[in-house]
Each structure stands twice: as C-alpha cells, then as structure tokens.
Design a binder for this molecule. Structure first.
Ligand code: NAD
Length: 379
C-alpha cells in the first residue's frame, strides 16, 4: 500500500498532512510513504527528516507517476482538480474536503472513480475521537486566539501585586464555548486573566466551569440541534442575545468569538455599536471571520480599528502554528487509516459508521447529498 503526502498548494497554508515523527507508524501499518519534496518546509519538516524516517522523497517531476500509483493520498486542503484527476480508480484522498464548496475536486474524484473522505464530516462519536481533525485544529485555534488577545492588549493578563501597586487581571470574555472556545478559556486562565464565557448549548455551562471560567447565564432558552451542535436561532432571539451580552462586552478587555453553526454562515454576535462600548485599547478576536464573522466589520487576516478597539479577524489560524497543528493532523490521518488498512490492502467499507459519515465520493459515486445537490446545480 502506498501513501502519498503532497505539498500543499493553497496560499497561506503552512501545514503538512504527515510529519516525519509519524512516518514510522504508517510504515508499521503496512504503508510505503512517499512525500513530495518540500511538502514539510513551511512546517519546519525538511525532506531530510522524512527520508531519515523511511519515507521516499518525490521531486515535482515525479509527482504525476506518484499520483497515478498511490493507494491513499493525504493532504490538509483538498487536492486541486489537476492532481485529483490523476488518481487511479479506487484510490483514496483524505483532506478537509467541503462537500458544498470543493466541487472541482469532487468532480475530478468522480471522473477518476476515486474516493474522497473528508475530515469535515467525521462523526462526533467516541470511536472517532482520534480521527477528529476539526477538534485537533480547533484546539490550536483556541490556544492561538488567547495569545493574540494577550499580545494585542496594552495591559497585563494576570493580577500583579507589586511595590508599585496592584494591577487587576484582564477580563476576557469568550463567546461560543466549543472546542476552540474551551481551549481559549484554558489558555487565558493560564495567563492569569479573569475569564467568563457564554454559549447557547445546555451542556456548555458545566464545560466552561470545568475549564475555570465563569458561565454567563442569560435569560434566554438554549438552542441545540443535532449531534450536540448549535442550530440557527430566530432573528428575535439573536437580537435579544446581543442586548443581554452588551454590558458583559462593555466590561471586557478582550472578547474572543468562536460561534459556528454547521452548514450555516457564522451568527452575528457583536455589532460595531457593541464594540464601541468597550474601553479604548480593548481587543476583539473573531475566530469566525472566515465564515461570515461573529463580529460586524471583521475581515479575515486583517486588523481593523473600531474607534480605539482592535478587531482581529482570523485566517488560517492553525497555519500560524504549523508544527503542532501538522503533528496532530498526522495522528488524525493515521487513526483514520487504521480503519482502511486491512491485511495489506486499502478497503473502504461504507458499512462502517465513520466511513459512511465522512465519505463524499466512493469509487466515483458521489454519495454526499450536499455535494450531489451542488454538482447538479453547477453542471
Ligand atoms: P462549532 O465550531 O460548531 O461552534 C462553536 C461553538 O459556538 C459551539 O459550542 C456552539 O454551541 C456555539 N454557538 C453557536 N451559535 C452560538 C451563538 N449564537 N451564541 C453563542 N454560542 C454559539 O462547535 P465545536 O467546537 O465543533 O463543538 C460542537 C459540539 O461538539 C460541542 O458540544 C462539543 O463538545 C462537541 N464535540 C464532540 C466531540 C466528540 O464527541 N468526538 C468532539 C468535538 C466536539
């Protein structure tokens, strides 16, 4: 069985799907590991480290043959059309393939009679936890968000009692306490801030407290959909939530927003008017900036000033910590491959709940309904 790791091509992407320290585990599973030359450069994993770990480094000129001969290809971002179409029938491509967006790749996989499995769609069941790349990458994002807040704030995070007087700890508010939000709470706590958080899900109050944060109780109903995720709320409830959150925002030095609803644009939690209630020098970190934004006016990859408040819009945050983001992702890839590697062959079994959940295309058959609808709409 051959596993190929290509160089990522999307601008700004610094991660690599497999790092040298995990190559040995794939080999034990029975894979010959091929890595495109330079694939790990931006994650500080040079070709020589892959070679030392037992991988074969393939120059760009050898990639067409490598693509045609591989059984599994693992990348972070979906392959582009030209690469995906070179795969052999039955080859498996693993990545964050978005069934409603990455239609060129899905078409190429369909035409090549290949298989596309997506880390966006791994079911959130305990057996799949080790394969859950959304979780591993959100951990990186949440950690980073707290550091960005601390870095941009012209104040200390911790309490300081000094001979020159006492400095009160910064107040950090986290909106959306999923995986990223909980990690942001933990990180801001470790830095000494006073942390509070709000989320629409019923379970989140205990989760916030377990991280050492104070849960903000609002006089609103919970909004919970399938699979432990939030669902879209009515415009009235969203408006009421904004009103009730405004005094908490005004009282915060740093606000970090992480709210998302699967398959929907990110909900607007904070308006410019609310941002302007914050003290000068305060910071708002919008982790949802790439999916529509939780904060009015945020732009991915940019810092915007709203009065004297800095609004930081997230873009490719895991790529800011490519070493550990790639290491965690590599272990997610490995865990998913343990499901596929059977007696020296790659077997895609749609009878397995995890494969059934994350398969967008199997042997050219587009099975995901979102992808089917998008393909019918587009061609
Ligand atoms: P997500 O990225 O989809 O959303 C982030 C958070 O935003 C969620 O907690 C959501 O409730 C919250 N949110 C949505 N709309 C909001 C609003 N208007 N105001 C405030 N908050 C809002 O979520 P996620 O981090 O992927 O986690 C979602 C759920 O999945 C959580 O319950 C988490 O514990 C669970 N989970 C389970 C597993 C597993 O069992 N394997 C793994 C990871 C996460």
């Amino acid at each position: 069985m051959r596993l190929l790791i290509p160089r990522e091509t999307r601008p700004g992407e610094r991660r690599v799907a497999v790092v040298p320290s995990v190559v040995g585990k794939f080999r034990q599973l029975g894979f010959e590991v091929l890595v495109e030359s330079g694939a790990g450069d931006l994650a500080f994993a040079p070709d020589a480290d892959y070679a030392e770990a037992g991988a074969l480094v393939v120059p760009l000129s050898g990639m067409d043959d490598a693509l045609a001969g591989t059984d599994v290809i693992a990348s972070v971002r979906p392959l582009d059309y030209n690469r995906a179409k070179r795969l052999k029938a039955g080859a498996v491509a693993l990545s964050f393939l978005s069934p409603g967006i990455d239609l060129e790749t899905i078409r190429a996989l369909r035409d090549a009679e290949a298989t596309g499995l997506s880390f966006d769609l791994v079911p959130r069941i305990s057996r799949a936890q080790s394969m859950d790349a959304l979780t591993s990458q959100s951990l990186v994002t949440g950690y980073r968000a707290a550091l960005v807040g601390a870095d941009l704030l012209p104040k200390f995070f911790p309490l300081f009692m000094t001979a020159a007087g006492t400095i009160q700890p910064a107040r950090v508010l986290i909106l959306g306490a999923g995986v990223a939000g909980l990690q942001a709470i933990a990180t801001a706590k470790r830095l000494g801030a006073r942390v509070s958080a709000y989320d629409v899900r019923a379970a989140s109050a205990d989760e916030v407290r377990s991280m050492g944060g104070t849960f903000i109780q609002l006089d609103l109903d919970v909004v919970e959909g399938a699979g432990g995720y939030a669902r879209e709320m009515t415009a009235d409830r969203a408006q009421r939530q904004r009103e009730l959150l405004t005094p908490h925002i005004a009282d915060s030095d740093v606000v970090i927003t992480t709210a998302a609803v699967p398959g929907r644009q990110a909900p607007l939690l904070v308006t410019s008017e609310m941002v302007q209630t914050m003290r000068p020098g305060s910071v708002v970190v919008d982790l949802a900036a790439e999916s529509g934004g939780n904060v009015e006016g945020s732009r991915p990859g940019e810092q915007v000033k709203v009065g004297e408040v800095i609004l930081w819009g997230a873009q490719d945050v895991p790529s800011e910590m490519p070493v550990h983001a790639s290491q965690l992702y590599a272990m997610n890839v490995y865990s998913l491959l343990t499901l596929l590697a059977k007696d020296g062959a790659v077997v895609v079994d749609p009878g397995d709940e995890i494969i059934d959940g994350c398969a967008v295309v199997i042997d050219g058959d587009v099975r995901n309904e979102t992808a089917q609808a998008a393909l019918q709409g587009g061609s």
